[in-house]
Design a protein around this ligand. Structure first.
Ligand code: ATP
Ligand code: MG
Length: 248
């Protein structure tokens, strides 16, 4: 990877871009993933490439949900696998969640490449290879999930999920946590917990909250979950983007 001087004003953004490029070269990220990245960068620019207070609260609520769940799963696509594999593995460890590869453009080669990549970054078990169950209401390839993974889960974290699938997962009664830089995206709008933040910041932030909340009682976690207002979080993010000033 090309060296980017750390004092470069666009350092983090350039590193992120290189990771996605490398992901495409290694068969982890699809070419459409490049377009999604471009859209995300535009929103991140408008947010000032920082975690809003409202996004931090969402990350905390997400951590509480993951800890309370009977079975939580972190859905992994080609973009997040390229951007923050180590952080995903760490979040799975911090919350006891499973990692499951779940691709919009599914090919066996890409699933294998991502599974290898996650294992290289410390993952022990990676689900999503079997794909022996279907999400109702979606066309064949896009519906595939693991019977003992996302299909069974009661809480799912879906970073950068497409709107249709986010809706279908919600319809199955799962608690859905979405990480998406666009507060107007349908995926963010249907989520129980929308985290409007870059995955490279949000994933480690949820892990940090989870470690802090691990000693809390189920009652205390339930209070955090109940106090979270998804509409207010989306409004705060949209206001910050439109006004170009700090949120709440
Ligand atoms: P819908 O509106 O139905 O949800 P969409 O048009 O948003 O669909 P895509 O274009 O695939 O679907 O969306 C990709 C989404 O991922 C965009 O909303 C973009 O902001 C977001 N995104 C891209 N990169 C990142 C990132 N690094 N972190 C967080 N979100 C990201
Ligand atoms: Mg979307």
């Amino acid at each position: 990877m090309t060296e980017i001087p750390s004092e470069h004003p666009r350092h983090d953004s350039l590193v992120t871009r290189h990771r996605i490029e490398e992901g495409v070269e290694r068969g982890i990220t699809s070419r459409q993933g490049l377009i999604a990245q471009g859209r995300g960068e535009a929103f991140d620019y408008l947010l000032g490439e920082r975690t809003l207070e409202s996004a931090d609260e969402a990350a905390r609520a997400a951590a509480a949900h993951l800890l309370l769940a009977r079975h939580s799963v972190l859905s992994v696509n080609g973009n997040v696998a390229a951007l923050c594999p180590e952080e995903l593995v760490d979040l799975a460890e911090a919350t006891g969640a499973d990692l499951e590869i779940n691709l919009f453009n599914r090919t066996d080669e890409r699933v294998e490449a991502i599974a290898d990549h996650l294992r290289d970054h410390g993952a022990r078990e990676v689900k999503g290879v079997r794909a022996d169950a279907r999400i109702p209401g979606l066309s064949h390839e896009r519906a595939k999930v693991d019977a003992d993974g996302i299909y069974d889960a009661d809480a799912v974290l879906v970073p950068l999920e497409d709107g249709d699938r986010a809706e279908a997962l919600g319809a199955m009664g799962k608690t859905e946590i979405v990480i998406d830089l666009n507060p107007l995206s349908r995926s963010a709008q249907v989520a129980a917990v929308p985290i409007v933040d870059n995955v490279v910041r949000a994933v480690p932030n949820v892990a940090r909250h989870a470690r802090e909340l691990r000693t809390h009682s189920r009652e205390e976690l339930a209070v955090i979950v109940d106090a979270f207002d998804p509409e207010a979080a989306l409004d705060a993010a949209e206001r910050a983007i439109r006004a170009g000033v700090s949120d709440d």
